[in-house]
Write a protein that binds this ligand. Sequence first.
Ligand SMILES: CC(C)(O)CC(=O)SCCNC(=O)CCNC(=O)[C@H](O)C(C)(C)COP(=O)(O)OP(=O)(O)OC[C@H]1O[C@@H](n2cnc3c(N)ncnc32)[C@H](O)[C@@H]1OP(=O)(O)O
Length: 258
Amino acid sequence: MAFETINVDVQDHVCLIKLNRPEALNALNTELLSELATALEDADASDKVRCIIVTGSEKAFAAGADIKEMSEKSFVDVYSEDLFAKVSNRIIGIRKPIIAAVSGYALGGGCELAMMCDFIIASDTAKFGQPEINLGVMPGMGGSQRLTRFIGKSKAMDMNLTGRFMEAEEAERAGLVSRVVPAKKLMDEATGAAQKIAEKSQLSVMATKEAVNRSYEVPLAEGLLYERRLFHSLFATEDQKEGMGAFLEKREAQFRDK
Ligand SMILES: CC(C)(O)CC(=O)SCCNC(=O)CCNC(=O)[C@H](O)C(C)(C)COP(=O)(O)OP(=O)(O)OC[C@H]1O[C@@H](n2cnc3c(N)ncnc32)[C@H](O)[C@@H]1OP(=O)(O)O
């Protein structure tokens, strides 16, 4: 499928989705959000893809929702369309792992998009923020909820209420970002991580993603039970026999996703 606002490339089982509206710092308009969700769903359904990377440009992962597009909307428009919720639900429904490779600005919806991915690898130039407060609104795609769970109330309040940007190093310390690397090495680092994931059994990868995400939704006892059930269920797979057998035989495992 041909897309106008994103580029999609699949190599070695890794699908790279690059946001491509440089003239607007990858501002998330309706077209881009819809193309992104479609590309993610395509990758999720493809046998050729085992891990997904979402990235932007060196200057901007995404500078937020498209303010030009939003500026004329009324309550009735945004309430009826509910665009951000619809797109968010499509993104969080993806079962394969998604890495956000963030360089430059990840603001508003850009920061929220990165947080919907499974983990964030940032370049040392990355800047995260929820500056919606400066526009007379507030986050509408998870910035008041996910950010608070990721970095705690105090920092989330600070970012949401002052609209300040958080540099990569602080974001790593706060737990928003898993690794920070020099800008030039960002894509190598993200691709390396994606390839590592792509070598594992898809069954244990998907179950692990499901279990970690579950921890944000349910009390600990329920989460632990969910984890245990998934752990037990993996013993019904050939990949469990292969993984443990390979360890004992001191060889590389050859997973078949069965
Ligand atoms: C999803 C929700 C519901 O949570 C809501 C949101 O996401 S609201 C949006 C939140 N984001 C912002 O408020 C950030 C807005 N952008 C900026 O503050 C600045 O552009 C910057 C700090 C990221 C970069 O500044 P600078 O280097 O000076 O570049 P600019 O000249 O400002 O931008 C270049 C070009 O891009 C356009 N642009 C940037 N961001 C957006 C945006 N979010 N929507 C639409 N267009 C955007 C900007 O207007 C410039 O275009 P031209 O004026 O040159 O045509």
